[in-house]
Design a protein around this ligand. Structure first.
Ligand code: NI
Length: 256
């Protein structure tokens, strides 16, 4: 019924995967997409997807890990794109928050992976932190590489930025910050984004929703985020959950 379109089950903090999977299935989350940060976590995602029927995965290199993206690493990431449960290239993007960072390398790595996604007909899962200007420019300049779509994961920007992303055909994914007490502009974004362009995620083990902030997050918490989104939009939770699941299946075509 519910879907977590961006989580990190490979993370140390979620290492008791049997329990994590069991818990989210019990809370009504039927699908979890494990997004990678590098070749190793892409491979870990593929193993998890082979073990659990509810897990699918993305393959890619996170901007903060971009210094490690040499040809060998890229080949390992690329190889996984043909896996039957590989639903996306991700997470990829720009991160100017964590210091030090190499802008040029991040931009090159991002564009190279957008090209990869297009060549293997997969959507992308985009990470963007403190880099909105460059991100919008790259996406617009490389619009043709978005042929198979994409999602801005854990969106935290303004209504104006969200509108630009929607114009590019990108989905907007909501995570724990939507539930935070200091959430403000994100509430306006949530109201504005059409129901058929919304996705839900946890980004677990990070970003636990209110009132669980500070605790280890898991896909089991998707219903908290979905219900908050439904409340903001004045919709029935079940109706929105079905909408979000349909959106995910439209974007991530390998989902069954
Ligand atoms: Ni993430």
């Amino acid at each position: 019924m519910y879907i977590d379109t961006h989580c990190h089950l490979h993370d140390e903090k979620l290492k008791d995967t049997d329990t994590v999977v069991d818990e989210y299935l019990k809370s009504g989350v039927s699908v979890a997409l494990n997004m990678a940060c590098c070749a190793l976590t892409s491979e870990m995602g593929s193993k998890l997807a082979e073990k659990y029927s509810s897990v699918y995965f993305g393959t890619g290199c996170h901007p903060s890990d971009i210094n490690g993206l040499d040809q060998t690493e890229f080949d390992r990431i690329q190889k996984l794109t043909t896996h039957p449960k590989c639903v996306a290239v991700g997470e990829i993007g720009l991160d100017y928050y964590w210091q030090p960072y190499d802008k040029e390398k991040q931009i090159d790595g991002f564009i190279k992976q957008m090209e990869l996604a297009k060549s293997v007909k997969l959507p992308i899962s985009i990470h963007c932190r403190d880099a909105t200007g460059d991100m919008l420019k790259i996406l617009k300049d490389n619009k043709e590489k978005l042929e198979y779509g994409g999602v801005m994961h854990c969106f935290s920007g303004s209504v104006e930025t969200a509108k630009e992303l929607l114009k590019l055909g990108l989905y907007i994914s909501f995570a724990g910050p939507l539930t935070f007490k200091n959430a403000n502009s994100i509430l306006e974004v949530a109201k504005m984004v059409p129901n058929d362009m919304c996705l839900t995620e946890t980004d677990s083990p990070y970003l636990s929703p209110h009132p669980l902030r500070g605790k280890v997050n898991g896909p089991k918490n998707v219903p908290i985020i979905l219900n908050k989104l439904a409340e903001i939009k004045g919709l029935d939770g079940m109706v929105l959950a079905q909408n979000v699941m349909n959106n995910a299946k439209t974007l991530f075509k390998k989902l069954v």
